[in-house]
Design a protein around this ligand. Sequence first.
Ligand SMILES: NC(=O)c1ccc[n+]([C@@H]2O[C@H](COP(=O)([O-])OP(=O)(O)OC[C@H]3O[C@@H](n4cnc5c(N)ncnc54)[C@H](O)[C@@H]3O)[C@@H](O)[C@H]2O)c1
Length: 313
Amino acid sequence: MRIVISEFMDEGAVARLAARHDTVYDAGLVDRPEDLRRRLAAADALIVRNRTQVNADLLAAAPRLRVVGRLGVGLDNIDTDACGARRVAVIPATGANARAVAEYVICAAMLLLRGAYASAADVANGGWPRAALSGGREIGGKTLGVVGFGSIGRLVARLGGALGMRVVGFDTQIAATDPAWKDEGVEPASLDALLAGAEVVTLHVPLCDATRHLIDAGRLAQMKRGAVLINTARGGVVDEAALAAALGSGHLGGAALDVFEREPLPAASPLAGCPNLLLTPHVAGITLESNARVSALVAEGVEAVLGGAHAAG
Ligand SMILES: NC(=O)c1ccc[n+]([C@@H]2O[C@H](COP(=O)([O-])OP(=O)(O)OC[C@H]3O[C@@H](n4cnc5c(N)ncnc54)[C@H](O)[C@@H]3O)[C@@H](O)[C@H]2O)c1
């Protein structure tokens, strides 16, 4: 079987695949679309992260394709309808990077609330901004608002609870009577109530029509003065210009963004220069440990489909 891998993958998992299959691993293929299409002509499987756009057009270049492995969980770069129509299975790494994202969220919340960690250059140069940095806040006793109570949202809730936070959650697909809320010690709430009551709001919903700009100027205005917002879900869930305005006016106390409407950010993003803003390049789900877990899980799932296809002739 031929497997094409178009973005970076854990080397150990690639080696295991290469030992059993004709495997093309080139993490730069995603940036060379014509090369990728050429490689796909004879491919039975394609493994991607979040940058390769798997749409009907790309599938047309891959007539033998049986399975797409996704090294992550969001499927917004994969046209699942087009895959379904072609009977191409889609294998995401469900749950395998949840721990990495959840730890990122808790760390960002603590950094933003405390606001004291950006002083290295000043202190090393003899500065002593002690008075300016004495207004930091503790995470214990604060209210954590979790928007989207799926695998990552639940783990964030558990970690927040362990630090002494009160946790409220909002999820359109999970009834208030569902035992999952109680199991995790989380109070179900409306989005309005969550935004009005939380000092830390963290987003864990998929990007779809219902969640595009879910957090817009109106929603940001509903948040408590001084509250912080963390988005590790998908860029389109937050209106970036509205967020920049809310930070600039001092209504929000800070924000951490790992995902953006356009990645990389365009020049002159309204986010440039905003106070107490942490920006990372879509790495919340990527650690050494999660990369190994995600890659192993996807490799296993892809091989299971190929094995089944093989057995079926
Ligand atoms: N930054 C990263 O590196 C990174 C890594 C992993 C996942 N993600 C993103 O994190 C998000 C969550 O991932 P997950 O694995 O927890 O997904 P999940 O499917 O387990 O959970 C998503 C939850 O959102 C809920 N939901 C759907 N629509 C909603 C709406 N309109 N309002 C409120 N809730 C809604 C669903 O019911 C579900 O419980 C996804 O967007 C994913 O793409 C980012």
